[in-house]
Design a protein around this ligand. Structure first.
Ligand SMILES: [Ca+2]
Length: 365
């Protein structure tokens, strides 16, 4: 599930930032062997053909029609660039949260979020009401995954998933995703030529993997297609459905930036200890900003935990269970915090003093 939704850009950042190392995966070649093979086209073709033939037999047994296979795999070859991306060694030095935040939440991304929030206001509000998920969180996820649909990834999804399945480092995971991708194609949700996504197979404007598409995608506009590639209505409803199904509680937001946590025992943070706001306040923790503090005062006995990201220049956040719902999308704390922070910025009008005050800098302690 870890790679559920990671877009190409996010994956690259997360690999750099967190030193993610893919676990040990049984079966198949290792990627180095696959890469070496790609230098000898005939050997690679032979090996790929053998794998593909076996996979297609499995697909036929799973109800995929021969005509679908023909259309899906016509001219498909493993993509060397994907093996290369998959092989990239993660750096050992983690990227601090402050650096990460400033790379991701640019003024362009904030402005784009606000523009889209306004442009799709009616549709977003309807979706937000229907699923009990804030419109600004739907917009933030859209903005972080694909810059509001502008960068959905240029790889052919079938070829990408076939490459990763053949490569073999996570064969069963990618074969399963490929099987679901074939179902999407077979059921006519996307045109073969339009079936594009990230190098790791994340698809459309909210970068669902095919298995997540199967579980959570929604045909909001009722045209018979769960079209997360071209239909904004379907994109918003699918993201909202994902969060709702994973337990989003509409009674409260994701979390709040706090101050005064310097003396909180590290063990409380590491062990994800939960306390009410009143209990945190007794320990000196305060929600930052008067509006947010007033909202926080209505929390009552809601259990909150403290998140203090590494290299965050003294940033700390009290988060609700909704923060953990965002982590089901992508389990990185950095990602979930960034979704929350961007959603707040999207929902907030720019200050009259100008744009410089409305960005991430406004969040500095
Ligand atoms: Ca639709």
């Amino acid at each position: 599930m870890y790679l559920n939704h990671i877009s190409r850009s996010f994956l690259a950042l997360i690999i750099v930032g967190f030193g993610v190392i893919f676990g040990a995966f049984g079966g198949g070649m290792q990627s180095a062997a696959a890469a070496e093979m790609l230098d000898q086209p005939s050997a690679a073709n032979r090996s790929f053909s053998i794998w593909l033939s076996e996979f297609q037999n499995k697909a036929l047994r799973n109800g995929i029609r021969a005509a679908t296979l023909q259309s899906a795999f016509d001219q498909i070859q493993p993509i060397a660039r994907i093996i290369e991306l998959d092989q990239k060694q993660p750096e050992r030095t983690p990227m601090g949260f402050e650096t990460y935040l400033r790379k991701i939440i640019t003024q362009n991304r904030i402005d784009g979020g606000r523009e889209n929030y306004a442009a799709y206001h009616e549709m977003l509000k309807r979706t937000a009401r229907g699923y009990g998920v804030p419109a600004e969180v739907i917009v933030a996820l859209w903005g972080l995954e694909t810059s509001y649909g502008a960068n959905t990834g240029g790889f052919d999804v079938i070829a990408a998933l076939a490459t990763l399945a053949w490569e073999g480092r996570r064969r069963s995971y990618f074969e399963n995703e490929l099987m679901e991708a074939l179902m999407i194609l077979q059921n006519g949700h996307v045109e073969r030529a339009e079936f594009r996504g990230s190098w790791a197979g994340a698809m459309g404007q909210n970068q669902f993997m095919p298995s997540s598409w199967k579980r959570f995608a929604v045909d909001e506009n009722g045209d018979g297609h769960k079209d997360i590639w071209e239909s904004e209505g379907d994109v918003f409803a699918s993201s909202a459905n994902y969060l709702s199904q994973n337990g989003w509680n509409p009674a409260f937001k994701w979390g709040w930036q706090v101050v005064g946590f310097e003396n909180i025992p590290t063990s409380y943070i590491e062990q994800k200890s939960k306390f009410t706001l009143a209990q945190w306040q007794k320990m000196g923790v305060r929600i930052r900003g008067s509006d947010d503090a007033r909202a926080g005062a209505r929390l009552g006995n809601l259990a909150l935990r403290l998140v203090v990201p590494q290299g965050g220049n003294g940033r700390g956040y009290l988060v609700t269970s909704n923060f953990d719902v965002i982590r089901t999308w992508n389990k990185s704390d950095y990602f979930a915090l960034t979704v929350g922070i961007l959603s707040d910025l999207v929902a907030r009008q720019p200050s009259p003093q100008g744009r410089a005050d409305s960005g991430v800098s406004g969040y500095n302690p």
